[in-house]
Design a protein around this ligand. Sequence first.
Ligand code: ATP
Ligand code: MG
Length: 259
Amino acid sequence: MARSIAIASGKGGVGKTTIVANLGIALSMLNSKVLLVDADVAMANLSLIFNLHNPPITLHEVLMGEANIEDAIYAGPQNVEVVPSGLSLESYRRTDPERLKQVLGALEERYDYILIDVPAGIERTTLASLSAAKQTLLVTTPDPPSVADALKTKMVAQRLMSKPFGFIVNMVYGEKGELRKDRISEMLELPCYGIIPFDKEVRKTFISRGTLPIILRKPNSPAAKAVKVIAQKLGGKEAEIKEPKQSFFSKLFGIFKRK
Ligand SMILES: Nc1ncnc2c1ncn2[C@@H]1O[C@H](COP(=O)(O)OP(=O)(O)OP(=O)(O)O)[C@@H](O)[C@H]1O
Ligand SMILES: [Mg+2]
């Protein structure tokens, strides 16, 4: 029976899609059978990471009731399987997001993990994507507004019976003023599953077509290693979460700012 996990945030642009792709590959490297679902039906991005351009059948057709989910599953790298969303606004308008839960429920026996890329915010598509997963893993940056919005998402997920069980901090620079993981843990009342540093190499996957996700391209980079730690922790293994020390220059800058 698959563990279905909604990868969700309050704010947009904090790295959900990037994490779904890289974490999915990391879990697959640990021999899990993984399905990644782009439930961001309005602003689909996951297909771009996997170089799936204009796939003939997508989650749009499935949620319109015009296709079977089996026909919307594509092979990704490292044995990961992917359900992309469509790019057309016209077909998006005709989707019924409420179908997602039932559609994914039918696949549960076949996978160890189903990771769902949830749209940011609390619109109808977000609520339907959260409801489709049994659990929610929150993504936030180390900034107070991002954590505050993640808290709202946590509360919404709880109401929808998608149990929030942890959070990931992404795009950590190690600068003064960033919230530390223990503080975020207090605010969200959840354990930390990983800290992913800001690394401009991560962005290259979106910038140039055909560029592999960081976990395959630079498996020994700090960002890739951080994702592997999350995968291990999801599997119940103890793994050390490295939190960058606040750099000398940022501390120095902080001293000047206080004056
Ligand atoms: N750790 C990181 N270091 C540097 N850049 C990152 C990191 N994580 C994500 N990014 C970049 O930040 C941008 C936003 O990431 P992504 O699209 O994964 O976020 P998202 O939460 O899915 O956004 P949206 O809410 O719009 O769906 C992308 O250009 C991505 O490459
Ligand atoms: Mg996204």
